[in-house]
Design a protein around this ligand. Structure first.
Ligand SMILES: O=C(O)CCC(=O)C(=O)O
Length: 283
């Protein structure tokens, strides 16, 4: 039977089913819910909305708030808003790092890149075309950078899953250009033809997806009436150059071979964050 690391080397991505439990994800979901609550309350106090939709579920409330004030998401993902100990605990969670250790060894750094994505129904902003992450991270194509992607709700074809082109990482980084009306650069040569196999990843809450920086993937439109919430963070082997990436200032080691421990504490990471300037550039 193929091991996880063989599967990963072959496909460029790997889904580990039921890697996390409800209680592992609950603290971050509580942080996100508190952000939604604070924003709804603020808009209510300003008289912009006449209801805070408090009784609505995690999957519906933020969308209801935005609809009520005739707004849309302003950004594709939340960063500063969700900076918290709960986020740090998930990034450094033993179950997450155990999966990564099988792929890149036991000296692991968190690259500093994290997002919580509120993917709204029928929204263009969070519908991403085929891309390789290195296309958006200059000078990373010669190293391995891993994205861990965790659904915070179940993901089905209807609510905008990720799709992957298995093995596409083996051809290296392609050339990208900007096209009118697209927020993201796209590959000059389309990575698919009529006979390309496309893998659509329907995932349950608790499943963990990990993919590398060269594999082609995209994020489909959410055709449901609820929000497809997810979170993602990036890692590499400790010492991998981050070459001035925007998140380098908050990179930190998270697993150390010698001690088999997480060498960074929440207090240390928070102090790093406080002195970094990038937190003011992101929502
Ligand atoms: O979460 C999504 O919908 C898109 C994620 C993605 O494409 C990425 O992290 O590169």
């Amino acid at each position: 039977m193929e091991t996880n690391s063989e599967k990963f080397a072959e496909h460029g991505y790997l889904v580990v089913q039921s890697a996390l439990s409800e209680s592992d994800l609950a603290p971050l979901i509580a942080v996100v819910s508190a952000v939604v609550d604070a924003r709804a309350t603020e808009l209510y106090k300003e008289g912009v909305i006449s209801d805070t939709y408090k009784e609505m579920s995690f999957e519906h409330r933020w969308h209801a708030v935005l609809k009520a004030c005739g707004r849309e998401n302003e950004v594709f993902g939340w960063h500063t808003l969700v900076f918290s100990e709960a986020l740090f605990n998930l990034i450094t969670h033993q179950k997450v790092l155990d999966v990564l250790e099988h792929l890149i060894g036991s000296d692991i750094q968190f690259n500093g890149d994290f997002w919580v994505r509120p993917k709204l129904p029928n929204e263009k902003l969070t519908t991403l075309p085929w891309h390789q992450d290195s296309a958006y991270m200059p000078d990373t194509e010669n190293d391995t950078h891993l994205t861990v992607w965790l659904p915070l709700v179940g993901v089905k074809l209807k609510n905008g899953p990720l799709q992957f082109l298995s093995g596409s990482h083996k051809s290296g980084l392609q050339t990208y250009h900007r096209v009118p009306d697209e927020a993201f650069a796209v590959p000059v040569l389309p990575p698919t033809s009529s006979d390309t196999d496309i893998d659509t990843l329907e995932m349950k809450k608790g499943d963990l997806l990990v993919f590398n920086n060269l594999v082609f993937h995209r994020s489909l439109v959410n055709h449901s009436d609820s929000i497809r919430w997810s979170t993602d963070f990036r890692f590499s082997r400790t010492g991998t150059a981050l070459n001035g990436l925007w998140h380098e200032a908050i990179a930190c080691p998270v697993r150390e071979h010698e001690s088999e421990q997480c060498p960074t504490s929440w207090q240390t990471w928070r102090a790093q964050w406080e002195t970094s300037s990038h937190k003011d550039r992101f929502v």
